[in-house]
Design a protein around this ligand. Structure first.
Ligand SMILES: [Zn+2]
Length: 292
């Protein structure tokens, strides 16, 4: 079977040749013909209103705006440029810095920066397949700050990033305030299925996992033991290495405030690595449904 790859640029522009095609996509992905009108409460046909980015109810003339509640809502940047920016996020291995968006889209740096953050925020809301099960590697890492070392001291400049990776499956990241047991345990309980075998290093915050109903195997990183047979957290270490390498290589400095979104961006790509062409589809169909 042919390996699945990302959409080519040609395929992208065939799918979304114009702003109108993008708006039609949003309407169909979020509402569609027959969508019940929020005002008159009847299943309706919706007619395109050419003067604005809106559709009108056949019965009462109520307007429906497919961009409301999406990152495009208050933006004057064309929908096709937004879709293309999202496409770039799905084809990059190392993330898309604002400079790159500025250059490729021909928008100002300020607009490019804002678009990048809006897209990451959107990516962070796309759900993965939880709970994790089977064999799950759990580890924390420290990102940011200006000094190397002091790993286990954390420190004011460094943010703690926790990761849980199902071997052969999905990864989930979370920025956490510290690496204490009371912080990590509830997150594990919420996202990892009971009965799962968890692999960690010797960090004492994980000591209580068997009492929570998990199998628990550890490697002793302090004693330079990195794997014992199939017991290791190397898949997660590789994910950290890629994430940090990309942040250092392209974004220069990622503040604590934005780290969660960057991590989610890498998580999103990692979790769809078997079918990259599905990335754009899931980005463009994961908008919240507005309540009105
Ligand atoms: Zn109506």
């Amino acid at each position: 079977m042919k390996a699945k790859v990302s959409l080519t640029i040609r395929e992208f522009f065939a799918l979304y040749p114009s702003d109108e095609a993008c708006l039609t996509h949003l309407f169909e992905a979020r509402f569609g013909q027959g969508h019940t009108c929020a005002k008159c409460d009847r299943a309706a046909n919706w007619y395109r209103i050419k003067a604005e980015r809106a559709y009108s109810c056949q019965w009462c003339g109520n307007h429906l705006h497919p961009t409301v509640g999406t990152p495009f809502e208050d933006s004057r940047t064309s929908l096709q440029l937004w879709f293309y920016a999202m496409y770039l996020f799905t084809t990059s291995r190392h993330g898309v810095p604002a400079k790159e968006l500025e250059r490729q889209l021909g928008v100002t740096y300020k607009t490019a920066w804002r678009m990048g953050h809006q897209i990451r925020k959107h990516i962070a809301n796309v759900d993965g397949e939880w709970p994790l099960e089977g064999v799950v590697e759990i580890d924390e890492t420290y990102v940011g700050g200006h000094r190397k070392g002091n790993m286990y001291k954390g420190g004011a400049h460094k943010a703690v990033l926790m990761g849980m990776l199902e071997r052969g499956g999905q990864v989930m990241t979370k920025v956490v305030p510290d690496n204490h047991k009371t912080t990590l345990e509830p997150i594990i309980a919420e996202n990892v299925k009971p009965g799962t075998t968890i692999n960690t290093d010797e960090h004492r915050s994980y000591k209580n996992l068997p009492a929570l109903g998990y199998g628990h195997e550890t490697v002793d990183h302090g004693a330079k033991e990195y794997a014992r047979g199939s017991v290791h957290v190397n898949s997660l270490e590789n994910f950290w290495k890629h994430l940090k390498g990309s942040i250092n290589g392209t974004h220069m400095h990622v503040s604590k405030k934005h780290l969660a979104k960057y991590a989610k961006e890498f998580e999103f790509r990692f979790n769809r690595r078997a079918d990259p062409s599905s990335m754009l589809t899931s980005l463009l169909s994961s908008f919240p449904r507005p309540s009105t």
